[in-house]
Each structure stands twice: as C-alpha cells, then as structure tokens.
Design a binder for this molecule. Structure first.
Ligand SMILES: [Zn+2]
Length: 250
C-alpha cells in the first residue's frame, strides 16, 4: 500500500496544486518513506527470528501437525482438520471449512518456530469455536475488503486526478479504503489474542519449557509487529487521502 501512496503523492503533485501544498506533499513523502523503511525492518526481523528458531528443536519430537492436533483436542475441538499447504509463511486458519492450514515447513518440522506457528493458528480455531467478537467482525469484513482490494487502486488514482471536477469519485475511494483500514485494525486484537492463547497453552500443556518459551514468545511477538505496522501504514494513507479531499479547490 505504501507504493500506492507514493505513486498518488506524485500523481497529485502533477495535477497542479498551489505551491502551499508542496511542503505538505514533502511531509507525506517523508512519512511514507519512513513507514516503508519501518515495514522493511519489521519484516527483516521476523524473517531472521523464524530462520533462527526454525533450527532450534522443540525437544519432544512433536511436529507442527502433532502440536496443532493436541492443542485443538485440549480445547475440546474435534471438528477442525489440520492440513499441509504449499509455500512459506502461508499458515492460516480457514473458518469457512474449519481447517488449520500449516505450511509444509511447519507441518513436518519439530522446531520451536513450527510449534509457535501451529499453536497460533489453532488459537484462531479456538477463537472461532468460542465466537470471539473481533474474529467475527473480521470475518464479516472479508467480502467487502476483497471487493475493495480489486478496485481501490484505480478508484483512488482516478479520484485524485479528477478531484477538482468530480470529488465524489475520491470520496467513494476514501470510504472503500476506510473499510480496509478498519479491517487492518480489527486484525490486531485477533492476531494478538491468538498468540496469547498459543503461548498460554504451549506453557500449560508442557510443550515448551523455561529455556525455549522465550523463543516461542519472541517469534510470535515479531509476527505481531508486522500487523501493527500494516495498520499504522493504512491509517496514514487514509488520512492522506482525506487531506487531499478536504484540500480540493471548491
Ligand atoms: Zn494469525
């Protein structure tokens, strides 16, 4: 989304704004560059943590799959299937068909990183079983957000270029974009709570011990930072579009 933001800063600069907006554009270029660098650092930190903890054995020989099944059963959940999915960091819980999908590296691995990821995804299955409100709200936003993501780039770009003659297009883009910002903020409690449930269970079920618990906790915390940065980036972008809309010449 930051690439889109930078693109629109330049698009806006080229449609002829008064010189007073030049300083304000510059502020946004700095802000978006700052967010881009922060996202890069957070992603780099996550990748290096996972690389490190993927080589650290859990010690009890349980694979990601074993961990997932045990955590589901310990929480009284028997109608969720644990499957393997291709790719890296593709792990997710699918509430529509009740499946915990673990990437191949996690599914078969006996590392501390695999245990943390598997337990985190099962944390989402527990949220679903317990009708955790933020997860329900997030699920309701999914169709709107997937519609928005297909059209948002074009609506916003056309909206910015035509803001002086047809401000309604930009306003429609802003409303659509706001739902994606809301989605990224609703994602925060969902992700943090899933990790909290994962860590509590890993510890209480005796899967982790005092020496490897900090690694599991650190891996999940690094993953949470990426969601925080994504939400802040989305908010900054939303404010930027609102400022363009409010700054148009009537
Ligand atoms: Zn998650």
């Amino acid at each position: 989304m930051t690439t889109l933001s930078l693109l629109t800063v330049f698009a806006q600069a080229n449609v002829g704004y008064s010189s007073s907006s030049a300083g304000y554009n510059f502020t946004y270029i700095i802000l978006f560059l700052g967010i881009a660098i922060l996202s890069y650092l957070v992603q780099w930190n996550l990748n290096s943590k996972f690389k490190k903890f993927s080589k650290m054995p859990l010690g009890n020989g349980m694979t990601g799959r074993d961990i997932a099944i045990k955590m589901l059963h310990d929480n009284g959940i028997y109608d969720v299937t644990v499957t393997s999915t291709p790719g890296q960091l593709t792990d997710h819980y699918n509430p529509t068909n009740k499946t915990v999908n673990l990437s191949e590296g996690v599914y078969n691995s006996t590392s501390i990183a695999a245990a943390a990821v598997a337990a985190h995804e099962c944390g989402h299955a527990v949220q679903h079983a317990k009708a955790y409100a933020p997860l329900q709200m997030r699920s309701k936003l999914v169709p709107i957000v997937s519609f928005a993501s297909n059209w948002i780039t074009w609506i916003l770009l056309i909206g910015i270029i035509t803001v002086q003659s047809f401000p309604g297009i930009l306003l429609a883009g802003i409303v659509l974009f706001a739902t994606t910002t809301l989605f990224s903020f609703v994602t925060l409690p969902v992700e943090i709570d899933a990790s909290r449930r994962a860590l509590a269970w890993l510890s209480s079920a005796g899967i982790t011990n005092n020496s490897n618990y900090p690694a599991a906790s650190s891996a999940l915390r690094s993953a949470a930072y990426t969601y925080v940065v994504a939400a802040l980036s989305s908010l900054a972008t939303l404010i930027y579009y609102i400022m363009i809309y409010l700054g148009r010449r009537d």
